[in-house]
Design a protein around this ligand. Sequence first.
Ligand code: SF4
Length: 334
Amino acid sequence: MAIKDRILTGDRPTGNLHIGHYFGSLKNRVELQDKYETFIEVADVQALTDNFNNPEKVQRNVKEIVIDQLSIGIDPKKATIFIQSMIPEIAELTVFYSNLVTIARLERNPTVKTEIAQKRHIFGESVTYGFLGYPISQAADITAFKGTIIPVGEDQLPLIEQCREIVKKFNTIYGETLYMPKAYLSTNKRIKGLDGNEKMGKSLGNAIYLKDSDDEINKKVMSAVTDPKRIRKDDLGNPDVCMVAYYHKLFSKNSLDNICAECRGGKRGCVACKKELIANIIDHFKPIREKRKFYEENLELVDKILSEGTKKARITASETMKDVKKAMKIDYKI
Ligand code: SF4
C-alpha cells in the first residue's frame, strides 16, 4: 500500500496551551505542516475519559485550543483541524479494535500505567474501562485518517507501539487494510515549570500560557524560582539552579552567555534579570497574541475552519470504514 506520508496529531481540550507545549511540540508542528499533509484532532472524546464529570470544561476549551493552534501558525490551508466526537467512525473503529487487545496488555502499557498512577485522585483504586482503553481509541484516531507519521514525546512511544500491534493483528486476521504508523520522535525536551518541577502543567500552577497577558507573564516570572543561595546582587550566583536562567535559554539565546557570566560573577541582580526575561517573552509571543486577538474577534472564522476541517476528516474516515468493514465481512448490502 503506497501512500503519501500523513501526520496525525492533536490536543486534548482541557486547558489552553502553554510554553511547554509550544517548545515541546507546537513549533515542530508548524514546521511539519509544510512537509506533510497534516491532520490535527481536537481530542474531546479522549479528554472526557478523565473529565467525564466536567463536560463544560471540555466544551469551553475546544475553540480555545483551536485558537491557540491557529495563533502559533497552523495554517488551515495546509492542516485539517477537526473535532474527534464529530467523526463517529472513530468510535466504531474503537469497538472493532477492542477485540484485538487484551486487558492485560493495556494494563502493562507503561504510558497508561503512569497516567493511571497520576490520576488516582480521579479514579481512586479502580480505573474506568474508557480510560484503560484509550490507547485503542487512539489507534482508531490514527488509522481512521491513515496517519503514518505520529509526532510524540518519548513517554508516548508505548502508545504508538500498541497502535502498531493493533494494525499488525488486524491486517494479519482480515488482510492488508490499515496503514502502519510510525512514531516521529521529537528531539525537543520537556519544558520545566516555573517552580522547577520537571513538568509544566495547569494543575501544577507553574505554567506560562500562550494567551497570558503582559501582566500575567510579569507576575509569573517575578515568582519564578532563582538560586536560593543568592541574597544580594553581588553574591556569586549559580544559573544552573535558577529557573529564570533556564527560560533565558529559550528566550534570550543571544545574551545567554553574558547573563550566566554576570550571574556567576555577582554582577547581575535577580530582579533586573527577571525583567529582561519578561521583556523577551512578551516580545517573542507578540505576533502570536496579535493573531489570537484576530481570531477571538472573528469567531465565525474559527467555526468555519473547524466545520470545513471536520467535513474533510469525515470523508477520509468513512473511506477507511468502508475498507475496514469490507475486510471484516460486515459490509452488508441490504
Ligand atoms: Fe537567576 Fe538571573 Fe538571579 Fe542569576 S541573576 S540567580 S540567573 S535570576
